[in-house]
Ligand binder design. Structure first.
Ligand SMILES: Cc1cc2nc3c(=O)[nH]c(=O)nc-3n(C[C@H](O)[C@H](O)[C@H](O)COP(=O)(O)O)c2cc1C
Length: 347
């Protein structure tokens, strides 16, 4: 028998863009090496309504290599946004046209990444210092029939006061961006690694709440350090949406709980979600995708449950073998107690 939740997910293929309103209340952050299409497919099985974001795709790479390399996704992933990195309006316009043609529900511009490589390409967080250029980029991204959003920080280096953020937001909003996703910490453009830039500068959520108060006409989604349901709820009293990153890729079942708590219904059990993932894994294996690319998102699924360690260890040891297929996931699953009650028991 097909569990009820699987039937719900399957209908998402016919998803109507107009019905996405409000779905940015819960978003999964763009994360290089994490939110690839396999992870998004699995997260969608857990969470029918969260808005999913791709890893950042460099607009220059897309321009040269074309969409086939970066853009394929499964229809069940809707609503899904393509995140682009770049600052060349012509290339960004091409990227947005590709996003629309491939069926993405949104195109998002990365104005938050502080890595040296990204700065060398003149994009990411360093663009906060150039609001007029970002406005030109937003104009170039618009006009392809899908919403344009910007993901940014509250500031960069020593420019992290309200006046700096306000001027940036107002200039970019004037160009037509109605949705801002704001990582509630500033970025240091030199001296810190990207990883440190996600931990060292302190979170300052008040700055994001203040932005929403000052510009209630804009949709403001907060990002950074949200790890539990209390945090999700508290933020949603102040802003329009939350975007969660590390917490959900390290413990994906959190997303199932938050999605269903926010939008209704009963989440699938972890076992049900894995069972529903297997046919996809089988298809991808037949197409030549190696198993670890698809089990990475599964590793933390049973965190907090009995059997979590055995699950993780079995997958880590067996998935990398060249011939490994779905039987590895099935064997790992057999090592974890099955009932909903057992799943919720602390390890
Ligand atoms: C491994 C990793 C890769 C990331 N890649 C991107 C990216 O491609 N684009 C982007 O805008 N942010 C990227 N981020 C930042 C996240 O989107 C998010 O802003 C950050 O992790 C803070 O949210 P969190 O505390 O919920 O994880 C990345 C973060 C991590 C941990």
């Amino acid at each position: 028998m097909i569990p009820v939740f699987v039937a719900t997910v399957l209908t998402m293929g016919e998803y109507d863009r107009a019905s996405h309103a409000g779905h940015r209340r819960l978003c999964v952050a763009p994360m290089m090496d994490w939110t690839d299409r396999h992870a998004r497919y699995f997260l969608r099985l857990l969470a029918p309504r969260a808005f999913l974001y791709t890893e950042m795709v460099p607009a220059a790479g897309l321009w040269h290599a074309g969409g086939e390399r970066f853009l394929p996704f499964d229809p069940s992933e809707h609503p899904v946004a393509l995140q682009l990195g770049g600052s060349d309006p012509e290339r960004l316009s091409f990227g947005a046209a590709q996003a629309a043609a491939w069926g993405y529900d949104e195109v998002n511009l990365n104005v938050g990444c502080p890595s040296d490589r990204v700065q060398a390409g003149q994009f990411g967080a360093c663009l906060m210092a150039e609001p007029e250029l970002v406005a030109r980029c937003v104009r170039a991204l618009a006009g392809h029939g899908i919403p344009v959003t910007v993901k940014t920080r509250i500031g960069i280096d020593h420019r992290d006061d309200d006046a700096f953020l306000d001027a940036f937001i107002d200039t970019v909003a004037e160009a037509g961006c109605r949705t801002f996703i704001v990582h509630a910490r500033k970025a240091w453009l030199s001296g810190l690694s990207p990883r440190q830039n996600r931990e060292v500068p302190p979170l300052n959520c008040q700055r994001v709440w203040w932005l929403k108060q000052r510009r209630p006409d804009l949709e403001v989604v907060i990002n950074g350090g949200i790890t539990d349901w209390e945090g999700v709820r508290a933020q949603l009293r102040r802003v329009d949406g939350v975007m969660v990153g590390r917490a959900v890729v390290h413990s994906p079942y959190l997303l199932a709980e938050w999605d269903h708590a926010l939008f209704g219904g009963t989440p699938p059990t972890r076992h049900e979600a894995v069972a529903a993932y297997l046919p996809y894994v089988e298809r991808q294996r037949a197409a030549g995708v190696r198993l670890p690319a698809m089990t990475k998102i599964l590793l933390g699924l049973f965190n907090g449950c009995r059997g979590a360690k055995a699950w993780r260890r079995y997958l880590s040891e067996h998935a990398p073998r060249p011939a490994a297929g779905v039987e590895v996931i099935e064997a790992a699953l057999a090592r974890v107690p099955r009932s909903r009650i057992a799943e919720s028991e602390r390890a």
